[in-house]
Design a protein around this ligand. Structure first.
Ligand SMILES: Nc1ncnc2c1ncn2[C@@H]1O[C@H](COP(=O)(O)OP(=O)(O)O)[C@@H](O)[C@H]1O
Ligand SMILES: C=C(OP(=O)(O)O)C(=O)O
Length: 594
């Protein structure tokens, strides 16, 4: 297969008359961060942690410049060119007044489909620059040593001023210029805006060139005969990173944990030279690569709780009044109301009075540490990583749905029976909201699990259908990485089941090895593991039958009425969602009835 080279836009010269600090070393960036980034400290392990105001990406404050007066073309909020120009001019004044700009030149992707990107930060963003330098591919690797000494010609630019507050909702704005491939980030201080800023523009650029950038991890599967790629889509927090790094026998090599690009013929290209991993409940035993990377001296971490001795703590939840006293300046400096902080310290307000079922009331978020702590892990520390320049074609594509709640009835593993059915479920992008999505809980649907796809979401379904028609035989599947019949609160009492990482890994392994005997689900027409088939006995030793077929769980617990209500509701909600996006009728029918 010949790889077509990309048509790339070209950025004009930098429009700022300031001192440029171009491509400092990691050590220099660490020193700059410790000096200029607020609430950035060195941990006892030697790593650098930043406590940020934003604990997640801010979709409501992200605006695409709409030059045609056609907001329906985009999936994000839009902003008029005049309003955008005003914000961009104010940001330029801020940069002039600061007098210095840090540049990180690098690539999104590697090999012939790599896109050159210039990330620009005022000095308070030095930690973000340090993290971004690791996740981007270095010029020398893409261009070769000699060419990398020549002036850089970026196709995309990001201008990131974390502490420049604007007169907009939330005092922040992420302004996306998809016509000129520049993103301006003002008043946000979360690293995810930096990486997703470039990846969002990549999604537009490559969509126009016939591909689909997917919110998906990937792993390479090596059998004696073939090398193949498995793509794993999922909303934030559903398990892409965990599944990418879990092992299925000795034959799986991690490729990417967040975004891949799918091309005609099932060709795959990569985007990042590492990952921005979650650290919540991290243990060495369950996630050795992420744990060791996070604990290493040269790690960049964000929003991780650091104890009084300077050590990272990954399962911190409620803060005690003593914790809050110690962290008073950090908490107030990152947005906690001072009066509330002091009332908590002096004991006039208690945890129980401001937290309801684990969710803090407005103004009291600071009493519960965020579950969206993060760490940057370079691909170079992933010992068994695949060769990223040459990724084999996709042969297996799945979607993760972290189901949760009394009506969590998605089977542990589903195999789709037609490309239309798979396209429908990908378009539905179902999951239960996770910590990474902020305070919101409950079921959500996000087309292709990709809320930051900038063009109208329906276009993802169209493009996917076109691409799927060019794939070789590709297995498409869904895994529930959450619960059956309940949530964490009900699992201990046996009223629900948790789909554990080892269960998911066992199901994936059996599927990769082609060992599973399937049976048709009577309600939805997709296939599930046949728990009666003797060929599936070894999988059943590792995964409960009630996870493989949740209908059995509801039957055992005499909850079939609930199960029946779930089936009816899913059918009508799924149909309504797909019809709202004007998805083609054969896809709607295949997703609803099989
Ligand atoms: N069955 C499972 N599969 C994958 N992750 C699971 C599972 N059960 C629990 N988890 C936990 O859920 C979280 C998933 O997060 P992560 O893999 O970072 O998601 P993503 O990369 O999609 O944002 C991890 O903390 C992981 O330990
Ligand atoms: C960083 C993000 O994605 P993920 O949680 O999938 O890493 C994000 O959506 O901001």
């Amino acid at each position: 297969m010949t790889t077509r080279h990309l048509e790339l836009p070209k950025q004009p010269a930098l429009p700022f008359d300031v001192e440029i600090l171009a491509n400092p070393s990691q050590d220099e960036l660490r020193e700059l961060a410790l000096e200029h980034t607020p609430f950035c400290t060195r941990t006892a392990r030697g790593s650098v942690n930043k406590v940020a105001r934003n604990k997640a990406r801010m979709a409501p404050f992200t605006y695409i410049i709409d030059r045609e007066g056609a907001p329906q073309k985009y999936s994000h909020n839009v902003i008029s060119p005049a309003d955008a120009d005003k914000l961009i001019a104010e940001q330029a004044e801020y940069i002039q007044a600061k007098g210095k700009l840090l540049l990180i030149d690098g690539y999104v992707g590697v090999g012939p489909r790599a896109v050159p990107v210039q990330w620009c930060y005022t000095l308070e963003g030095a930690n973000i620059a340090g993290m971004q330098q690791i996740l981007s591919f270095p010029r020398a690797r893409v261009e070769g040593e000699e060419a990398a000494k020549q002036p850089f010609a970026p196709a995309f630019r990001l201008v990131y001023t974390p502490d420049f507050f604007v007169d907009m909702p939330g005092r922040q704005a992420i302004v996306v210029d998809l016509d000129n491939y520049v993103t301006y980030i003002m008043g946000a201080d979360y690293f995810g805006e930096s990486k997703k800023g470039a990846l969002r523009m990549l999604a537009k650029l490559l969509f126009d060139q016939g591909a689909l950038v997917m919110h998906a991890g990937a792993k390479e599967i090596r059998t004696e005969k073939e090398h193949l790629t498995m793509g794993i889509l999922g909303l934030s927090g559903t398990g892409k990173t965990t599944t990418t790094f879990s092992k299925q026998g000795e034959h799986t090599l991690p490729v990417q944990d967040d975004m891949i690009t799918l091309w005609p013929g099932g060709e795959v290209s990569v985007t990042e030279n590492g990952c921005f991993a979650k650290t919540w409940s991290l243990t060495e035993e369950a996630e050795p690569v992420i744990y060791r990377g996070t604990m290493s001296a040269d790690a960049w971490i964000e929003n991780v709780f650091i104890d009084a001795e300077g050590n990272p703590v990954f399962d911190k939840s409620a803060l005690s009044p003593e914790d809050v006293r110690r962290l008073r300046d950090v908490l107030i400096g990152t947005g906690a109301p001072q009066a509330n902080v002091d009332a908590y310290i002096d004991g006039s307000v208690t945890l129980e009075s401001v937290v309801d079922k684990g969710i803090p009331k407005d103004g009291w978020d600071f009493v519960m540490w965020t579950e969206n702590g993060r760490s940057i892990i370079p691909m170079s520390s992933v010992e068994d990583a695949a060769v990223l320049e040459t990724i084999p074609a996709v042969y297996s594509l799945g979607i993760l749905n972290r189901d949760e709640g009394s009506d969590a009835a998605m089977p542990g593993l589903v195999r789709f029976t037609s490309p239309e059915q798979a396209a429908g479920y990908l378009m539905l992008g179902e999951t239960s909201k996770t910590s990474a999505a902020g305070k919101e809980r409950g079921k959500t649907r996000s087309p292709f699990t990709q809320p930051f796809f900038p063009l109208a979401h329906g276009r993802q379904a169209e493009r996917f259908s076109e691409l799927a028609a060019t794939f070789d035989k590709t297995t498409m599947w869904l895994m529930n990485t959450g619960y059956v019949g309940g949530d964490a609160a009900t699992t201990k009492a046996g009223a629900s089941l948790k789909v554990k990482i080892r269960h998911s890994s066992a199901m994936l392994e059996a599927m990769v090895e082609g060992q599973i005997v399937w049976t048709r689900d009577p309600d939805f027409g997709y296939e599930v593991v046949d728990v009666e088939a003797p060929e599936n006995a070894s999988l059943l030793e590792r995964v409960p039958a009630e996870i493989l077929q949740p209908r059995r769980f509801y039957a055992d617990k005499e909850r079939m009425a609930e199960y029946g209500a779930w089936v009816d509701r899913m059918k009508s909600e799924r149909r309504a969602f797909l019809e709202k996006w004007k998805v083609a009728q054969p896809i709607v029918e295949a997703a609803v009835n099989g």
